[in-house]
Design a protein. Sequence first.
Lengths: 494, 315, 289
Amino acid sequence: MMKDAPLELPKKAILDNYEMCEGLYDEIFDANQNAREHYKILVEDFGKLKPEDYTKLNDYAKISFFNQGITFAVYSESLKGVERIFPFDLMPRIIAAKEWEHVEKGLIQRNLAINHFLYDIYHDKKILRDKVVPADLVFSSNFYVREMIGINPPGNIYTHICGTDIIRHNDGHYYVLEDNVRCPSGVSYVLSNRETMKKVFSNGFLHHDVRSIDDYPHQLLEMMVSMAPEGVDDPTCVVMSPGMYNSAYYEHSFLAQNMGIQLVEGRDLFVDKNFVYMKTIHGPTKIDVIYRRVDDEFIDPLCFRAGSYLGVPGLMSAYRAGNVTLINAPGTGVADDKAVYIYMPDIIRYYLNEEPILKNVRTYRCELEEDYRFVMENMHNLVVKPVDESGGYGILIGSRASQEELEEFRTLITGNRRKYIAQPIMSLSVHGTFIESESAFEQRHIDLRTFSLMSKDKQFVLKGGLSRVALTRGSLVVNSSQGGGSKDTWVLEE
Amino acid sequence: MLSRIANSLFWMGRYLERVEHTARYIKVHYYSELDAPLDSKEEFIFESIMTMIDEDMKITGDGELKEKQLLFSITLDEKNPASIISGIGYARENARGARDSISSELWGGINRFYHFINGYSEEDLHKEGIHVLCDRITEHCSIVNGYIDNTLLHNEAWSLIRLGIHVERAFQITRILYSKVKDIQSLQKQYLSKSMESYECVTMLKSAEAFDMSKIYYRGVPNIREALEFLILNRNFPKSICYNLRHIHHAVEKIATSKQHHAGSIEFKVGKLFNTYEYLTIEDIEKRDIPEFLNDTLLDLFEIAQGLEEKYLSN
Amino acid sequence: MSDHHIDYNIEYYSKNTYKETATEGIFEFNVSPCNEEGQILVDYKIKQTLSDSVFRQSNLFGFEINRIRSTAKFEEFYFRYQARVQKARIPLPGVPAWNLEKELEELLSDQFFINHHVFLCPSFYTRLPEQQLSLVPVYDKKISPLDYLKTLNDHVHASMKYESNATSVTTKAGDALALSKGVCQDFAHVFIAMARYNGIPARYVSGYLHQGINYVGSSFMHAWVEAYVPGMGWIGFDPTNNILVDEHFIKVSHGADYADCSPIKGVLRTNGDSVMAYDVKVMSQQSQQ
């Protein structure tokens, strides 16, 4: 009877048109386009969604981030910074239990070895004397801190917090891309992403046994407390931030608030007779453990860079006197120098007498004659990175570079060969990601920033981490400062 | 609590109050005076709003253009540090600096306020009129004030925000009274109509959102004397000077390190000032020159604000 | 004055004045003569107007630092350090202790590099730009390091002209070398850069110079160099005066370069400029009588 009424076209479900590119490792589907075992339920859940449903959820998630002030400011020539939210993708990245177990073991192994390495290079330097790692490489690192020579941090722990970046190559194996052992950031986004996901996509959590991540702030505080200077029973712990104009300020305040401890800036602190105090409305309060999110060179203008207003004059001598613990210890950056990275498998074998669990990417040290020649000739097939930067700055991806850019990098490298390394272009695995402009899911490259904590007898690895997504089609750069987004990461129970 | 955080909370309170005051003042002066019994009302309105913006701000146009420029400058102009948008920006920066001492609800409220004003364009302003914008701002202020009182532990942090609010309000009210009394005195000298005088009196009350309550209190429209009594000395009206001094006193007692205050300490000065006002009558004030009395109040408030900065808020 | 030692009275005085009131300040003074072989700090006293007490501690290289911290606002302060030092007369190093082969074996070993890396790697003030490396007199390893260092002392002295206002405390070795001018600090940095480039450990030394003798640079704190000779240890060279260090040099501290030895370091909060007046007196017992 309603013959003439227009037929409602069946709207396509959102994953129906998912295109797969050959030669890439897709996290969701295998080469035969079947959902991998641990993604089956998720694919089914998402398969029920229409693009317009999805868009609604997506918008809700965005508003939620915006109103919580989970934004970062992009400063430009205009009067004030433009606030942006980190692009967030609702489709979670899932890691199967067995696979995670392997990753976690690998991370712990690596972090333990790095910690041994740092103790060694600031004490007996055995690894250098045994020529496993070249001595001049260590001493010429911009992050080698003389003031740490002979200093014993509590429990001999240097790298309390590690943010190791791992990727999956198209051979299906996990590789470590970078060890971030200075001030790795991003953990607040992991926790906020999860909060938002729980609100927006509660069904997913009912259908999966996702391992919880809420206890990170608790674990962090427990680690800080255990690192108190000798003889301090009930330590006062603080988070120290460069201030609210820092792009990671949201994270600093998030962590302080979630641990229930004070967020301080350098100007809130002073050193008197080698003890550190914060200025409160009721007078000075002694502090014992500082999780500082200020780089080494800025923490003490008396010791390092004069004229830095971010730091506390005298902090290093208080630290050297053992009256305050800094987290991470100063001078850890030697271990994430990208030229030292090359020796990481040897470092693991040297201290732990074990084979490395996670793979290292083949890396060329431009300082070495043979490597230098190779890099010069094959730059178009390589990624060139400065050894001492983070956040994806100063990187050249040879296959995408113009002749001018390649030439520019050849000059840069020749001018300072110690500063550059090169690696084959790794094919980061891809993951279905909702692309707003297309209203569809497309493959995008991803990596994984993991977060590990280390105290005297305890290693903790956050289950999952921050899966970062390169939102531009085909792009391999996932850093948020370079327009990357992120995903919630689910590690499944066995 | 860190002195820097204390400073942020205090100034967050001050800026929020300042924004609310500015919005209310614009609304009252722009609309109430449209039907003022005056010949050159336009000039008069502009004059009174102009006093709120920086002297360096150049308003070049004439007539409608001038009005547009002026209203934009006082509300949405980021270059004008006295504009509402700047005030909200400062309040938010201070809240951000003290993010870990306040609730997510309060932070969310301020953040929404901030995004509201930043998303409001000059075209919106001219299309909808100044009244709509000022109403929305007043609403946002009320919401934020609700969060301050109802989602925070009433501890030091809360006391510092309240301290900022009451110090700012005491300043603003005293300033309004001072300029209005001056205006009325000059009108009296010019033997202008009585209607203008009572008109000014009503504007003064409205500027402090006190018109309705003063009518209830005095059972009728108050005269100048009553209006002044109400706005200076009423112990139960939240905008009166006396009320605000009492709350400044409360807040200071709450954050004070010790309860023993030696003469000359900031706590002592606050207590003394508050108690003076508690036992003052309008007759006492009338014995003196009223503008002079109000000017002295301003000086006392300055001294207190400075003393607070030095003792608790500097780092 | 005895034949065996000299007694010195030393005074360091500085006064800082600020145009705007400073609200907070912390200062470290590295002016105290050290105790070492042949040098005894007999006693000392400090007078200063900034803080209630002086906090003493050792720096990275084990030298005593005096730290003061303001507890109230200030517009000026002074710091006066007075010490009595006894300095033994010691014979100047004559001939190397080891033969050349043994010296070189040690100098060229990997362990030697690792042990002395702080004084072998270029530092902020002593890094020479690539294009200036050709100006470094090459150590051909045919003579003892000691003899090479003596010629280097000669070379630096001859190629640089002492001039007070040509350089500043921020001038690096490369800049001073390009100017061929400078003060004792610049002479020391150039010497250090060149010695290190040749694989010989060298360190920056700050201290006082006997004012009774006509040495250049004695009216303020002086700077010279210590270089490491295998088998002999650290030997002092003063390229400013082209001499070997003797009992007229009173050492305060050493480090990788000036940054480790600057007599005063401070961090303060003020909006305005400051003026510093500074004076050094070094008198031997004899010249006082």
